[in-house]
Design a protein around this ligand. Structure first.
Ligand SMILES: Nc1ncnc2c1ncn2[C@@H]1O[C@H](COP(=O)(O)OP(=O)(O)O)[C@@H](O)[C@H]1O
Ligand SMILES: [Mg+2]
Length: 432
């Protein structure tokens, strides 16, 4: 989102000519190489984040291209970059513009064109707040400036249209051209929405069997015109059924987000669901777990006091078992229930509330994990190590593209590479 520094100087950045020597640029890059991406643990120069570096007399301008618009450390990074460059001799004025280009998972690009990250939201059983988490996560990502789609794939209880206040009778439009069917998702509160509930009669229970489920899920992915998306959030049915299996087979997911409640009974179920994603060796597919969200961690009374009445520690237990981060603890609050019932989720209805802030934080954490996984997956898929500092400096100084740009994305197109990328992600992200 916007911030003061970049707003104030945005005009200068675009107008300023570049008259800097490569020596002066070297010094600037050297100074910036001391700043690390907190997730990737590498210098922002090495990662190719620095773009449009220009020097004109005592003025320096450049942009830092982050891996996601939802980056929670954006401001700190901007300040740090400003500070180190401003401290260089001869530099008087520094303009740092923050931009973002959501990095694509190499494997996903080929299967769902235009979608950079597909993230499944899973839970061991119903009623733990999976859909509430999916909806608020999707909206919080959209609030940060990302393009977001939400796929309600819960065949047992597709509740997202209600949670987003979609009026009765409203649904996606379809078209058929040359025998090709296309379905256009509806737009709601700035995100694209498609629900399995749109495909059935309102009160009919969905009693599909494996083959039908398989067909439906594939339809949702291949015939729905999602357009360009940074994130497609997929609300799964609870447990470990046909939807999960189909999804994992048909669309390499960036990862699965696990939602659990703090009590022990829920933890058992969720362990099973989580294990399903990470242990599909038989199918040569493993889906990384992005992390765990603990929902209803405590009851937050309207006066702000916390009551731990739902058990304790379930989220952390699951996170530790799979060696993934606990991405957030969401209290049970009146605002969250109200948001779900009223069709206006809490991040929209009460964006300043404690609950909304927690969802925004979770969105930032999810975006960071996805970015980390995609950078690791790309490197693995391409088998190309990052360039040396000297090569990078030469490229950046000459205004040529940075490593992200020249990375041979197209090469990751063959089936063989894709498969190894999918596995590589897992290998690369296992362990602490
Ligand atoms: N943190 C929370 N605080 C208050 N109410 C919640 C919270 N999480 C979920 N709910 C409510 O609990 C019910 C079940 O949540 P839902 O997201 O539909 O669960 P699931 O999708 O896992 O079945 C809904 O009425 C929802 O509004
Ligand atoms: Mg649900």
């Amino acid at each position: 989102m916007s911030n003061t520094l970049s707003n104030t100087f945005a005009a200068d950045l675009s107008d300023m000519p570049d008259e800097g020597s490569s020596a002066s640029k070297d010094a600037i890059l050297q100074a910036l190489s001391g700043i690390e991406d907190p997730d990737l643990h590498r210098s922002i120069v090495e990662l190719g984040f620095i773009k449009e570096l220009r020097v004109c007399g005592p003025n320096v301008a450049f942009s830092i291209e982050l891996t996601t618009p939802a980056c929670p450390v954006k401001e700190q990074m901007q300040q740090a970059a400003h500070q180190v460059v401003a401290a260089l001799p001869g530099v008087e004025r520094v303009v740092v513009k923050m931009t973002a280009q959501t990095r694509t998972m190499p494997a996903i690009r080929n299967l769902i064109p235009g979608i950079k990250h597909a993230i499944a939201v899973a839970a061991g059983k119903g009623g733990v707040g999976k859909s509430t988490t999916a909806v608020n996560l999707a909206l919080a990502l959209a609030q940060s400036g990302a393009k977001v789609g939400l796929l309600d794939a819960d065949i047992y209880g597709p509740s997202i249209p209600i949670m987003l206040g979609v009026p009765e009778g409203e649904g996606p439009l379809g078209s058929e051209e040359d025998g090709v069917q296309r379905i256009f998702p509806i737009e709601r509160h700035g995100i694209k929405l498609m629900s399995i509930g749109f495909m059935t009669e309102k009160r009919d229970p969905i009693m599909w069997r494996g083959a039908m489920i398989h067909k439906m899920i594939q339809l949702m992915l291949s015939q729905v015109v999602w357009g360009e998306l940074d994130y497609l959030i997929i609300d799964l049915p609870p447990g470990t059924g046909d939807v999960q299996l189909t999804l994992v087979q048909s669309a390499p997911l960036t990862g699965a987000l696990i939602v659990t409640t703090p009590e022990a009974v829920a933890v058992e179920d969720v362990m099973r669901a989580a294990r399903m994603f990470s242990k599909m060796e038989a199918m040569k597919i493993k889906v990384p777990l992005l992390g765990v969200v603990e929902n209803m961690s405590y009851f937050e009374a309207p006066d702000g006091t916390r009551h731990y009445i739902f058990g304790e520690g379930g989220g952390l237990q699951v996170a530790n078992a799979f060696e993934v981060p606990l991405l957030g603890e969401v209290p049970r609050t009146i605002e969250i229930t109200r948001g779900g019932d009223a069709g206006l989720p809490v991040v929209l209805a009460e964006p300043g509330s404690h609950a909304a802030k927690i969802y925004q934080e979770i969105a930032g954490n999810v975006a960071r994990r996805a970015a980390t996984l995609s950078v690791e997956a790309r490197e693995f898929a391409e088998g190309a190590p990052l360039k040396t500092m000297d090569e990078l400096k030469a490229e950046i100084a000459s205004g040529k593209a940075t490593p992200q740009d020249v990375a041979p994305r197209e090469r990751a197109g063959s089936a063989g590479t894709t498969a190894s990328a999918a596995e590589g992600t897992r290998e690369g992200t296992r362990g602490p």
